[in-house]
Design a binder for this molecule. Structure first.
Ligand code: PBG
Length: 328
């Protein structure tokens, strides 16, 4: 008998057959949309476009509430809020201001769309005048233990405002434990922690730093974020966050880190989020604008691939578009 007996192409013959054997199903409910909320005056529309992230804008609190309603109507899994303060200082004190944009937006969104899951990024980099993710020692290095106390304060201010999950993105050691302890001490036992566990010192955060004015004024983040060359260390970070009480763990960026999405899912057993970051979004946007590829096809392929790698949740600037495309 002639070879081959096994013909993999049999099940790819028609769309119906392909649908029958599809292993990964993308759904809006697993996608989370990042949102930038600003204290700085914006135009009357409440939207301030971000040049390096076409289609994404900094929003006033009321524009954020409207956007959250659209996101809820699309059936997305949630929003992740980032604050853009009007003022910065050495300690990033605006990050725990009860009247900060994030705190106000969380409260207003939860009142307007109570069922939408609201997550908040917990970090100091957008709020410090030097742009580092914590407070500095006199030698310019970030003081880990002093920083985690402030991060716990930030997390509690978000919890008081009504956040469902707080997401520390600073990469200080021990911050998940410090945040859990303070949340519990204040009675926020039901507020969860999504830890940015495997967060790499990446070139792909460029557009975000533009959006959030959070680029470091000197140096870089390599003394606290992970080296992109290190996978075992990333798994260890995630395991430590599990011990400290994380409810979910994250891998960030996403595209070059599929191995770690899979490995961290296996070793932690926790829900895993992948953050398809600003530079990854901007790459697709720029290539599509130049006519080099089809945005919709590329974005859906990326989101599907991240789910296939093991991400339960994908945080993406394409989330709302993807939900619309999936509904068509
Ligand atoms: C803050 C933070 C960053 C991102 C999320 N939280 C930037 C950074 O670490 O410099 C990046 C998100 C993105 O690029 O979309 N620490």
């Amino acid at each position: 008998m002639a070879f081959p007996h096994t013909r993999m192409r049999r099940m790819r013959r028609t769309g119906a057959l392909r649908g029958l054997v599809r292993e990964t199903e993308l759904s809006a409910g697993r996608l989370v949309a990042p949102m930038f909320v600003t204290e700085a005056p914006v135009s009357s529309s409440g939207r301030e476009p971000i040049e390096t992230m076409p289609g994404v804008a900094r929003l006033s609190v009321s524009a954020a509430v409207e956007e959250a309603r659209r996101i809820a109507d699309l059936g997305l899994g949630g929003v992740m809020l980032f604050g853009v303060p009007a003022h910065t200082d050495a300690d990033g004190s605006g990050a725990w201001d009860e009247d900060g944009a994030v705190q106000l937006a969380v409260g207003a969104i939860k009142r307007s769309t109570p069922d939408l899951v609201v997550m908040t990024d917990v970090c100091l980099c957008g709020y410090t005048e030097h742009g580092h993710c914590g407070v500095l020692r006199s030698d310019g290095s970030v003081d880990n233990d002093a920083t985690i106390e402030l991060l716990a304060r930030v997390a509690c201010s978000h919890a008081r405002a009504g956040a469902d999950l707080v997401a520390p993105s600073d990469m200080m050691d021990g911050r998940v434990g410090a945040i859990r302890t303070e949340l519990d001490a204040e009675g926020h036992t039901e507020v969860g922690i999504l830890a940015y566990s495997a967060k790499f010192a990446s070139a792909f955060y460029g557009p975000f730093r533009d959006a959030a004015n959070s680029a470091p004024a000197f140096g870089d983040r390599r003394a606290y974020q992970l080296d992109p060359a290190n996978g075992r260390e990333a798994v260890r970070e995630a395991m430590l966050d599990v011990d400290e009480g994380a409810d979910m763990v994250m891998v960030k960026p996403a595209l070059a880190y599929g191995d770690l999405i899979a490995a961290i899912k296996r070793s932690t057993g926790l829900p895993v989020a992948a953050y398809n970051v600003s530079g990854e979004y901007a790459m697709v946007k720029a290539a599509a604008a130049a006519g080099y590829l089809d945005e919709r096809e590329a974005a859906l392929e990326i989101l599907t691939g991240l789910h296939r790698a093991g991400a339960d949740i994908v945080i993406s600037y394409h989330a709302a578009d993807a939900a619309r495309w999936l509904a068509e």
